[in-house]
Design a protein around this ligand. Structure first.
Ligand code: IPE
Ligand code: IPE
Ligand code: MG
Length: 245
């Protein structure tokens, strides 16, 4: 495979299948920092570096989508200092992406309710969207920011309603109103940090995702952990409610 990840391995014969879409609840930044006697902000900075490495690795493996949970609709409950630190890191990341997206061939998309974000962040998101439109076939990194699964469903229903009464409410119609419209449902959802819950992540899209929980704190998560997760994924028997012939 070349460095740009354009020559994706095919999903079929002879080559081991990679999932199209992996989603990750990146948890454990705070505990990682505490173990080192550092402020929580240091954990978030280390976590941002991990995200960069893992996104590059997923692109190189030939995945189509990586979706990460960066900030939930509930994370505003944290101290002003912590929230401000996370928002600054996100701004820094968006600035870098604007510079590098075309060269890196990583199409960045922000999912969630961006209306509550600062004007600065919203402006950066607008610029990344413009660049992303020029990269239609690239590996896509979806960053969930001020994202909540319930909130996404409510906003989707509002969008559907705004489309007018003539459209019938179906699963397909609602999917098309989600932040994830056009993105295949995640094949695999990984949660790091040793908690065994979904914490309001991709509630609609996770209907048939395989789930994998690991103890590793997010800043310690490596490329090998992704490879191991894919090996576990391959061993799962996905039946989608049917029975094996
Ligand atoms: C995940 O790490 C990052 C965010 C939720 C923003 P945490 O900050 O939740 O880390 P822990 O769970 O306290 O260790
Ligand atoms: C989930 O982690 C949200 C993100 C990783 C962004 P939290 O640390 O906020 O979740 P809880 O509080 O343990 O459920
Ligand atoms: Mg946490």
């Amino acid at each position: 495979m070349n460095q740009t990840g354009e020559n994706r391995p095919h999903q079929g014969e002879g080559i081991e299948r990679v999932p199209r879409h992996i989603a990750i609840i990146m948890d454990g930044n705070g505990r990682w920092a505490r173990q080192r006697g550092l402020p929580r902000s240091a954990g978030h900075a280390a976590g941002a570096e991990t995200f960069r490495r893992i996104a590059t690795h997923c692109r190189n493996l030939g995945l189509e989508h990586l979706t990460v949970y960066a900030f939930s609709t509930e994370n505003w409950k944290r101290s002003q200092d912590e929230v401000r630190g996370i928002m600054l890191l996100l701004e820094k990341y968006l600035h870098e992406s604007i510079e590098k997206m075309e060269k890196d061939r990583i199409r960045l998309k922000i999912l969630g309710d961006t209306s509550a974000l600062s004007p600065g962040l919203r402006e950066l998101i607008g610029r990344t969207d413009t660049i992303a439109r020029r990269l239609p076939d690239c590996f896509q990194a979806n960053v969930c920011l001020n994202y909540g699964g319930r909130d996404e469903i409510v906003r989707a229903v509002r969008r559907w309603k705004a489309a007018g009464p003539e459209e019938e409410l179906t699963e397909q119609a609602l999917s098309a109103c989600m932040d994830t419209a056009g993105i295949p449902d995640p094949d695999l959802i990984i949660r790091t940090g040793g908690e065994y819950r979904i914490s309001n992540f991709l509630l609609w899209e996770a209907a048939y995702s395989e789930l994998l929980f690991c103890e590793t704190l997010w800043p310690d998560f490596t490329e090998k952990d992704i490879d191991d997760a894919i090996t576990v994924f391959r061993s799962r028997d996905r039946r989608f409610g049917g029975v094996k012939a």
